[in-house]
Design a protein around this ligand. Structure first.
Ligand SMILES: *Cc1c(COP(=O)(O)O)cnc(C)c1O
Length: 369
């Protein structure tokens, strides 16, 4: 293949990353902490409006810290979106708690508030927390979900790993719950090569998370320990990349949405295609353009795209049909399984052009039944 491969969501630097990394090297604060970790946290707070933020090594680590701070322990039930990526729910297992998976609805493709409410109104044992994912950067019906959690006394953790920049009624995803998390892994809308952010409006909880993330050292001159902790803090070098990336977040959201608009335009007359919906009072970041084919086999589309050196990927396989979770409880109605059987994520890298999208759409149309 002569043309360069087009990836789902390739890293896209702003241009200031190396400059800030050089500053880190000049200061010799290469490793843990330093000025850029604070700056990165400040930029997330300023952008999302959340009161407190903690930069950590990954989104997965951020979720783990949230569960630990909330006191989730062995035997506790934790609800979660079934239509998500494994990084969303692995930490439930780290805490030896029991995941219970809730299906999506057709309005948002994200967690169904109806199924959530039904379960909470009828369950014998009250779950301690819910981890809800804003999949592919598109908002779940988060106000409704937050109200239901409040009513039933269930902690809410928003997995906004994919949805930095997405808003619901003008408010950022990740800031509705008791905790929110963002990921800066390699293919997310912004990247620090690897990294995450834990956010909350509760200062005490973020303070406690910081304590756990730095080996749980008690406040003594010598190293004194009463609890076990983790080594989860972000390095100053990676935070420097994060600060430079945050300077272009709105540009990246605008470009992702533009790419989605192009796909929508070129595929608008194909009846069997349904794009992931956007709730009317929300702005998703369209991290990946996601769609389903009601008649054609998505594998054929994937193969055709691969032949022209373009990456695509099936929608996430729901957690409740993973072997890992064969014994877990689930509240499902077939929605996410249907999405998984019909759907694809299309290349949505922010360096793509309208011509790229046009070429991809022609290939898709030619490969349909
Ligand atoms: C990427 C991702 C995570 C995990 O983030 P890492 O930084 O890779 O640990 C969690 N949940 C979802 C939905 C993700 O897409």
């Amino acid at each position: 293949m002569k043309n360069k491969r087009i990836f789902l969501s390739a890293p896209h630097m702003s241009g200031n990353e190396l400059k800030y990394i050089e500053k880190v090297f000049e200061s010799n604060y290469i490793a843990p902490l330093g000025e850029y970790v604070n700056k990165f946290e400040e930029s997330i707070k300023n952008y999302t409006g959340v009161k407190n933020a903690l930069a950590v090594v990954s989104g997965t680590a951020a979720i783990h810290l949230a569960l630990r701070v909330l006191g989730i322990k062995e035997g506790d039930d934790v609800l979660a979106s079934t239509f998500t990526f494994i990084g969303s729910v692995n930490a439930i297992l780290y805490q030896r708690a029991n995941p219970i998976f809730i299906d999506s609805d057709n309005d948002s493709w994200n967690l169904s508030p109806k199924l959530l409410n039904k379960y909470l109104c009828t369950c014998e044992k009250k779950p301690k927390a819910l981890i809800v994912t804003h999949l592919y950067g598109m908002c779940a019906d988060i106000e409704k979900i937050a109200d239901i959690c409040n009513l039933h006394g269930v902690y809410l953790i928003e997995d906004a790993a994919e949805s930095l920049g997405a808003t619901y009624n003008g408010k950022h995803t990740g800031t509705f719950g008791d905790f929110g998390i963002y990921s800066f892994n390699g293919n997310k809308i912004l990247t620090t090569s690897g990294g995450g952010m834990l956010v909350s409006n509760n200062a005490k909880w973020i303070e406690k998370a910081k304590f756990y993330s730095t080996q749980a050292k008690e406040d003594f001159i010598h190293y004194e320990h009463e609890e076990y902790g983790y080594n989860y803090r972000m390095s100053n070098v990676l935070a420097a990349i994060g600060v430079a990336q945050m300077e272009v977040i709105e540009e990246r959201v605008a470009k992702k949405r533009e790419i989605f608009g192009w796909y929508e335009e070129y595929l608008s007359n194909i009846d069997e295609i349904i794009f992931m919906p956007e709730l009317s009072n929300s702005r998703g970041n369209r991290w990946l353009t996601a769609l389903t084919f009601s008649k054609s086999d998505y594998n054929k589309v994937m193969q055709a795209l691969d032949k022209i050196n373009v990456e695509s990927r099936p929608l996430w396989k729901p957690m409740h049909i993973q072997k890992l979770f064969e014994d877990a409880k689930c509240i499902v109605d077939g929605t996410s399984e249907k999405l998984f059987s019909q759907g694809l994520c299309l290349a949505s890298s922010t360096t793509m052009t309208r011509d790229d999208v046009e070429m991809i759409c022609k290939t898709i149309i030619d490969s349909l039944d």
